[in-house]
Each structure stands twice: as C-alpha cells, then as structure tokens.
Ligand binder design. Structure first.
Ligand SMILES: [Zn+2]
Ligand SMILES: [Zn+2]
Length: 86
C-alpha cells in the first residue's frame, strides 16, 4: 500500500487553513476571519515522518523526497524505524 503525506496549511494557533481560504500570491488572506497562513505541514501515513515549515515549496519538496524513499528502500526505512526503538 502506498504511503501518503498530504500537505495541509495552518494558522498561527494550529487550526486548519483550508483550501477555501484564498490568499494573494504574497500570502495575504482574502477570506474574512482568516488570520493568515502561518505554516504548511505534511505528515506521512508511515507515522515516521512529519514536517512543519513556513515555506510551502520546501515542505512539498521534502515530502516528495520522503515518499520516494519509501518506494526506493522499504528495508532501509525498517532499519531506521528499528533504530528509533519502536
Ligand atoms: Zn485561513
Ligand atoms: Zn513515510
């Protein structure tokens, strides 16, 4: 089963900033009541990876790289998780 690591956007207080909260290209909120997008987060369904950064492009890049590591080396990841002590 393929892993998934969807990108989600959040406000400063950690609540979701859903897709219908539109922003200008410079990141200013256009939705009434939206305090603005503070960070982008991606959590992988493998439970072994997550990332939280202000740069959406950076999170997306890292996410793709992480997902690629699943398809390239499932054994390497198992070793990694074992080192984690779980
Ligand atoms: Zn919002
Ligand atoms: Zn993963």
């Amino acid at each position: 089963m393929p892993f998934r690591a969807p990108l989600t956007n959040h406000h400063t207080d950690g609540t979701d900033c859903p897709a219908d909260h539109k922003h200008t290209s410079s990141g200013k909120p256009l939705h009434p009541g939206c305090p603005g997008r503070a960070y982008t987060q991606a959590i992988c369904s493998c439970d072994g990876w997550e990332m939280k950064q202000t740069g959406k492009g950076y999170v997306n890049e890292s996410r793709k790289r992480h997902l690629a590591s699943h398809t390239q080396g499932p054994k390497a990841l198992r070793d990694l998780l074992r080192l984690d002590g779980s």
